[in-house]
Ligand binder design. Sequence first.
Ligand SMILES: Cc1cc2nc3c(=O)[nH]c(=O)nc-3n(C[C@H](O)[C@H](O)[C@H](O)COP(=O)(O)OP(=O)(O)OC[C@H]3O[C@@H](n4cnc5c(N)ncnc54)[C@H](O)[C@@H]3O)c2cc1C
Length: 487
Amino acid sequence: MATHAGLKVVVIGAGPAGVRAAQTLVAAGLRPVVVDEGRRDGGQIYRRQPEGFKRSYETLYGTEAARAATLHHDFDALRTHIDYVPDTLVWNVTPKSVHLVSGSHYQELAFDTLIVCSGATDRLMPVPGWHLAGAYSLGGAQVALKSQGCAIGARTVMMGSGPLLYLVAAQYVKAGATVSAVLDTSTFGQRVRALPDLLQLPAALRKGMALLRVLRRAGVRVHRGITPLAIDGTPEHGVAGVRVKLADGSEHRVPCDAVALGYHLRSETQIADLAGCAFAFDRRARQWLPEIDEDGRSSVPGIYLAGDGARVRGADAAERAGRLAALAALQDMGAGPSGTLAEAARLRGELARYTRFAQGLRTAFPWPAQFAAALPDHTVVCRCEAITAGELRRVVRETGATEANRAKAFSRVGMGRCQGRFCAHAGAEVIAAEARVPLEAVGRLRGQAPVKPLTMTLSAAADSAEESQHDAQQGVCRIKDVKEFSE
Ligand SMILES: Cc1cc2nc3c(=O)[nH]c(=O)nc-3n(C[C@H](O)[C@H](O)[C@H](O)COP(=O)(O)OP(=O)(O)OC[C@H]3O[C@@H](n4cnc5c(N)ncnc54)[C@H](O)[C@@H]3O)c2cc1C
């Protein structure tokens, strides 16, 4: 497996950011290794359907069909110039090595340069009953539709805030599913305040408004300015309805058998954390984010962060950020092609508009931090370990643990399968409210390897004639094939 001038470059993620980073490296004569835990490329938004599924691009990606087709086409054209390792998780990073696992096989892979394009996941705020069967994240509801062509329920309520709320609701409607209501915690006034920033990308704004028209035409009720009260149901039968307080103060119940929840997105930062990158608290987003310069250089030399995994700015921005990070890496390796500086300046200028638009989204669809303080004690905060808000508050009061990692040690909030990905933000808000300290004083959960659960029995990757034949047909590498790279 050849590497240009001996440079070993690894890209984590084959979404918009990772594909553009890889493409930029290949254009400069490098042969990067691209690792993705997904079975196919495309990342979150342009997720390719499983082999054998035959839905059209228009059906799958709607207004984004042309962009999806271009990214897939460009990635296919790269396949013979990169070592693509799908279906493989990067579960740890140590100095100059990534640790991979695929099924029950592991492999360590040395790198000179690492470009992390790890994307984002839903940002969630607990509500009583969200642990019942039938309660999903908005992203989970979308994945069910995109990859399996099925809805999460016969009558689904979408609740939370953010662009994904309306997008998933509209996608469900278009797919013929019944959306019983869209319950949005943000208000019309917040949208109006965000307008100057949102107008940075008028086309994106128009797409958002088109989603509302889809819902209106389908007769879906949209309530804004709501406060979630509870998801009703039983452990035996799962979700039966959603109760909210409407903007006028009245209580309202929507019967349903499934709920999709979410409050915009949070960056997947565990890999950056394990790599030792410095983080800073972003007051507006109320979250800790890895520090990057405007090109995506992290605080660790040789490690670059791009796409939603560094800053949530959407897919178009992710493509630009991936390219920019690769150009920065090439420049730092002394391998920058001619015209790099001008191209980088253009990309920075474009990204500045996406950054303002992203600020607008935060203003229009704010993270409802205030709900954490008001959660009833019986609300489950950590679904993996079944720890309630009351238990977390007791730990804060009785042990004085107001720092996130100490509170985790005493309460187990964030210690389960999801490693805090879905409860850490809300857990920190609960701690801050109980201890009456600013959120930044609570700190953040330290990333721990493995980033996701691994099987108990791992073995070094080995050759199998059958697998090799299959891989050659599919144009993919397995982790055993990248051995030479680490030598
Ligand atoms: C659930 C969800 C649904 C979304 N839906 C839409 C939508 O419909 N329309 C829209 O405009 N935007 C949507 N977005 C936003 C959009 O997906 C992103 O803006 C865009 O995909 C960002 O591109 P990216 O390359 O930064 O990350 P992604 O596209 O998320 O790609 C990241 C890739 O990294 C891989 N990865 C992450 N960690 C590891 C690891 N440790 N080891 C190996 N591989 C790893 C993942 O498998 C993934 O393929 C959605 C976001 C989320 C989270």
